[in-house]
Design a protein around this ligand. Structure first.
Ligand SMILES: Nc1ncnc2c1ncn2[C@@H]1O[C@H](COP(=O)(O)OP(=O)(O)OP(=O)(O)O)[C@@H](O)[C@H]1O
Ligand SMILES: [Mg+2]
Length: 235
């Protein structure tokens, strides 16, 4: 595979089950060190760099299988996304507490702002366990956004959503780009969403690129249609 995502671009990645979309995101975000090839972030080689370090460089992600902490509130799950910015206690104690307190206030402000942005006020103190899937996905997006990323990797953020929830999520992704200048790698099986919000896209099949370019053209490409029909379609 060979792809470059531009600054502020929403880039779609599609392909049938098992085509390698999640594997690619794991290679980018450091969860699987690639056997070969290079991953660059703003020109810097980050191949094989550990996930927490890639996160510090500004790449945030959400997971195909939700990775929220049950038994914790929405607010606490979102606050966890700030941990990459908290400093380890290497400072002298007095100074540490002062810095920690200031950081805590700054963290809270950023978290509050994201809660408002994603319209999560009404569920902020609820346990994530019982939330409907659409809201869970939104909490995951919030947790990614509070790390103040330069790039977001969203692995099927609309899976299991109804039309209205999908519309909200599409709006949030567009606003994240417009208001925060975030680049987005968006994996989705919903082609209407890909065509609706992506600037460019790439289609994979069996770990290889089969078509790429402007979404409205790529989704009509016979190779893409064949891959989806041949490989089992998605809802
Ligand atoms: N940790 C792993 N070890 C070995 N094989 C794996 C691992 N993870 C994925 N695979 C295999 O790699 C291939 C690509 O899987 P991947 O999860 O990247 O597909 P995908 O495009 O994200 O599919 P889906 O649409 O189902 O999420 C599949 O054949 C899968 O079974
Ligand atoms: Mg996947």
């Amino acid at each position: 595979m060979d792809l470059a995502i531009n600054h502020g671009e929403i880039f779609g990645l599609v392909g049938p089950n098992g085509s390698g979309k999640t594997t690619l995101t794991n290679a980018i975000s450091g969860f699987y060190p690639p056997n070969k090839g290079i991953v660059r972030m703003a020109g810097k080689d980050i191949t094989g760099v550990a996930p927490h370090k890639v996160a510090r460089l500004g790449v945030a992600r959400t997971f195909q299988n939700l990775a929220l902490f049950n038994g914790m509130s929405v607010l606490d799950n979102i606050l966890l996304g700030r941990h990459i910015h908290m400093h380890p206690g290497v400072l002298p104690t007095m100074l540490y507490w002062w810095v920690a307190r200031r950081e805590e206030i700054a963290n809270r402000m950023i978290v509050e702002e994201v809660i408002e942005f994603l319209q999560l006020e009404s569920v902020r103190n609820e346990l994530v366990d019982g939330l409907p899937i659409g809201l869970k996905k939104r909490v995951e997006l919030a947790r990614a956004l509070v790390s103040e990323p330069r790039m977001l990797i969203l692995d099927e953020p609309m899976a299991g959503m109804n039309q209205e929830e999908k519309g909200y999520m599409a709006r949030f992704i567009l606003d994240a780009r417009a208001e925060r200048g975030i680049s987005v790698l968006l994996i989705e099986h919903h082609m209407d969403v890909i065509v609706g919000i992506c600037d460019r896209m790439l289609a994979l099949n069996y770990g290889e690129m089969i078509a790429g370019g402007i979404p409205k053209d790529v989704v009509k490409d016979p190779r893409v249609i064949e891959a989806y029909i041949g490989g089992g379609a998605h809802g």
